[in-house]
Design a protein around this ligand. Structure first.
Ligand SMILES: [Zn+2]
Length: 413
């Protein structure tokens, strides 16, 4: 009995320590943040000086060349037996995790602080192989696809892209036990059918149509269970799970099949974080906690049935919903909800420049959807016409004709 009490106490202390460590990593992120990267739309030329400045202990090797001639670089750190391969931005316009990877480089370059033990544990138990920005041509044009116009994540079988061929050859030659496939997802995905944004979503990809669970996929699920629990501390109810439908052409699914436990991490949306700097910090904490769990093998204790309890990504969210407004259509009043999204659009031929356009994307009964922001327009009127695809410039008036709300380009003024 006394032993049991002691074990419980130790268990509690362990758990608290782990939470403290995560909190410390979260709080100190600014110290390790790569200050050269402050917004998402950086390009390959911004990364090269950072790679050239790599410190002792970092092996940086050019391992390939993109279609347009940009270098593809592998960064290796650590000396441990468990190999982990991590790559980001195989889709050119998904840059959040690339920023987090450069924060990790700064974290592992530092010493003489409260994290020395953590660094030593990770770097002595694992060898980490990073490919930051696997699709630099896509990043240059701020587009998903490679310069060949191919979605690299549908090229795992045909291997027509040099970047995709490199990824496969790295997986085959390194044969990592774990692989992290780092992406950005639609920032309007919800965690389940709720109003909560899926700020981070995970997937332990399937390796066959039947979505079976073998030892390789089980490890992915176990690691995701621990990552989910760790992130709940910072973003409660804002973690989602991507659909595990088998995609035979995707790298995630094939790498799981080729024997590396694959963890897909998708950065989604977070309120008032258009440059995804807070999500970058969550990536940083998640990746460090995941690497720690791999190094200590703590993930092996995680129950895989908890994986299924993470809510699936839902499509329930719009940026703004105006509810129950009366719209005059041919002089007849019609009750409507108006759902609006504010989307980023690139300036023609200048991908580094962008603007936002607020557009009506759903009209009518929107009671099954949520708005990140909502206006209850019961008893209010819209005197101008509204259609699907309209620009979201609206003035709402009371029955007496007094202006109550002005919406410009999807923003409530
Ligand atoms: Zn992606």
């Amino acid at each position: 009995m006394r032993y049991l009490f002691l074990l419980l106490l130790l268990g509690f202390a362990d758990c608290t320590n782990a939470q403290n460590m995560l909190q410390q990593l979260f709080n100190s992120h600014d110290t390790f943040k790569e200050k050269a990267l402050t917004e998402r739309r950086f390009t390959h030329k911004d990364l090269i000086p950072l790679l050239k400045a790599a410190k002792t202990g970092f092996e940086v090797t050019q391992v390939g060349t993109s279609t347009e001639g940009r270098s593809l670089n592998l960064v290796k750190i650590g000396t441990g037996p468990t190999k982990v391969l991590l790559w980001s931005q195989m889709h050119g316009d998904e840059a959040t995790a690339t920023m987090a990877i450069f924060d990790l480089f700064r974290f592992f370059s530092a010493s003489d602080d409260a994290f020395d033990g953590l660094r030593k544990e990770i770097l002595s138990k694992t060898t980490l192989y990073f490919v930051p920005m696997l699709n630099p041509d896509g990043a240059e044009a701020w587009t998903r696809r490679t310069a060949l116009g191919i979605d690299m994540n549908r090229d795992a079988l045909r291997l027509q892209t040099p970047e995709g061929r490199l990824l496969k050859s790295l997986q085959q030659s390194i044969q990592p036990q774990f692989a992290f496939n780092l992406h950005d997802q639609d920032p309007r995905y919800s965690a389940g059918k709720t109003k909560n944004l899926a700020t981070i979503s995970f997937l332990a990809t399937a390796y066959n149509e039947a979505r079976e669970i073998n030892e390789v996929r089980k490890r992915s699920m176990q690691l995701i269970v621990s990552l989910n629990r760790n992130l709940q501390q910072f973003i409660p109810n804002q973690v989602g799970r991507f659909s595990d439908e088998f995609e035979p052409r995707a790298f995630g699914d094939n790498i799981q099949k080729w024997g590396s436990s694959l963890i897909l991490i998708e950065s989604g949306g977070y309120a008032n974080d258009p440059e995804k700097q807070n999500i970058r910090r969550l990536n940083y904490v998640a990746l460090l906690s995941g690497l720690q769990s791999i190094a200590s093998e703590a993930y092996t204790q995680e129950p895989i049935d908890e994986y299924e309890t993470i809510p699936e990504n839902g499509r329930s969210l719009f940026d703004l919903i105006i509810r129950n407004v009366t719209v005059l259509k041919n002089n007849t009043p019609v009750l409507m909800d108006i759902a609006i999204n504010r989307r980023e659009l690139a300036v023609f031929k200048r991908p580094e420049k962008w603007y936002v356009r607020g557009t009506v994307e759903e009209l009518g009964d929107c009671s099954v959807f949520f708005g990140t922001q909502e206006i209850d327009a019961t008893g209010l009127r819209l005197e101008t016409d509204v259609k699907m695809g309209s620009k979201a410039d609206f003035v709402l008036k009371s029955e007496k004709g007094i202006v109550t709300h002005t919406i410009e380009n999807g923003w409530l003024k």
